[in-house]
Design a protein. Structure first.
Length: 200
């Protein structure tokens, strides 16, 4: 069974491959956007991670006729009432400017004491089957925001995020294996994997 992962990011496809392997789920061939005929990417107009994940998964399923997995994720900061949230990738105005996004977030929290710098990475993964079911799964990774970036692994807000379960290290100081075992996306993908297994 071929399943489209609606991303050009090889790391995201690799994460799902790892989860399926860990759970002993075989018979699933994952393909990325690079492996299918190009189609217009939908605007992510949802107000929640689940809405945006479904928008992307529905578009992929409709364009290719394949079951499609998509995710939307970001960071939710307690002192900002859950923002940047779905705006995480474009918090500073442009899309995907990690440095500018990190600098803006640090500036906004410069006067917030350490005990009030709680945050969580949130991921929602969606599976849409053409003409069939739609399901979502959400994962959260609790922690706090650092006062300066640390580490060179990962991307986005990883250098600013100190997970509660990482012995004082930032997300960007964890190995890929450590991150996959703990992360918000890993948690969501593990839940979604049971639904993917049912496609075989």
């Amino acid at each position: 069974m071929r399943v489209l992962v609606a991303s050009g990011n090889a790391k995201k496809l690799g994460e799902l491959e790892t989860v399926l392997s860990e759970l002993g789920i075989d018979g699933i061939e994952l393909v990325s956007l690079r492996d299918v005929q190009a189609y217009p990417e939908p605007a992510e107009t949802g107000l929640t991670f689940a809405e945006n994940a479904l928008i992307k998964a529905r578009a992929g399923a409709a364009a290719t006729g394949l079951p499609c997995v998509a995710d939307d994720s970001g960071i939710a900061v307690d002192a900002l009432n859950g923002m940047p949230g779905v705006l995480s990738a474009r918090w500073s105005g442009g899309h995907g400017d990690d440095l500018a996004n990190n600098e803006l977030l640090l500036a906004q929290l410069s006067d917030i004491p350490d005990e009030h710098r709680g945050a969580a990475f949130v991921s929602c993964c969606a599976l849409v089957v053409p003409g069939g079911s739609e399901v979502t799964a959400e994962g959260r990774w609790e922690g706090a925001l650092l006062r300066a970036p640390r580490g060179s692994n990962g991307f986005g807000y990883d250098p600013l995020f100190q997970p509660a379960d990482a012995d004082g290290r930032s997300s960007a100081e964890l190995s890929a294996e450590e991150k996959n075992a703990r992360s918000h996306r890993g948690k969501a993908l593990r839940e979604l994997a049971t639904h993917i297994a049912a496609l075989r």
